[in-house]
Ligand binder design. Structure first.
Ligand code: ADP
Length: 231
């Protein structure tokens, strides 16, 4: 599935606008957040604590959107560094461990090739892997414990590329989701931003790589990330 030039332009333009105004929006959001926290005990007395919870969650969502916009406005010039992909993946898996535990999923890692060196912007590629693993955890959580949650991460060489496979046995996707998930703002989650995958796709393309996807509704999803190897 190709992200069109139009989608890319749209994302880049939105990123620039967001970078310019994010600061102005963040300050009032922070003070709203503070005052709601102060009001919380009073709302509790009125039996309306739920309102505080919703307001806080929505403020956090707005902050997430701003944060992801800021990220998406940067990937134009990756700061490249040679790294072994497997150690980077092990770091990211460690970062996800507590969230995985909370969402009842097990993450397994296997590599068919220890010598996979890639030239990447470490922060950006970490973000891509995190986005995809977090989505996998969400997809597993949405199955509500119907089966044991499993995320398989596998690396191997594929010609001149390192292939990173991230497979989950979560809820999978329907046809509409599959055709839209790389579009900015497409989300099926009540608290989603719909930016994670569009930004990820752009980052990987900027590295000369690509992302492929296979998914079956009710069964699970597999993402394949390809990044050029350093020989
Ligand atoms: P967000 O996570 O904020 O919704 P993304 O761009 O990361 O934004 O994902 C877009 C949509 O793609 C999600 O809302 C979800 O419907 C779908 N999706 C992504 N990854 C998975 C997955 N592993 N399993 C099922 N659906 C997924």
């Amino acid at each position: 599935i190709e992200q069109s030039a139009y989608q890319n332009d749209k994302l880049a333009m939105l990123g620039k606008i967001a970078a310019a105004i994010a600061h102005e929006i963040r300050n009032p959001l922070t003070s709203i957040r503070g005052f709601i926290q102060l009001l919380r005990p009073h709302l509790l007395q009125l039996g309306k604590e739920e309102y505080a919870r919703i307001i806080l969650a929505e403020i956090d969502r707005a902050n997430d959107i701003i944060y992801e916009f800021l990220n998406s406005s940067k990937p134009s010039a990756p700061m490249k560094q040679n790294v072994p992909i497997n150690s980077l993946l092990r770091e990211v898996i460690l970062l996800c461990e507590s969230e995985a535990h909370m969402k009842d999923c097990q993450i397994q890692f296997e590599s068919y090739d220890e010598e996979l060196n890639i030239s990447i912007d470490v922060k950006q590629i970490k973000q891509v892997i995190l986005n995809i693993v977090r989505n996998a955890m969400d997809a597993i959580e949405e199955m509500r414990g119907e089966r044991a949650g499993l995320i398989d991460i596998v690396t191997m060489r594929d010609g001149a590329f390192a292939e990173i496979t991230i497979r989950d046995n979560g809820r999978g996707m329907d046809h509409t989701t599959k055709t839209k998930l790389f579009e900015p703002f497409f989300t099926t989650k009540s608290a989603g931003t719909g930016l994670g995958l569009s930004v990820s796709y752009r980052i990987v393309r900027n590295h000369g790589g690509t992302i492929r996807l296979t998914s079956n509704s009710g069964e699970g999803t597999e993402f394949n990330i390809y990044l050029p190897l350093v020989e």
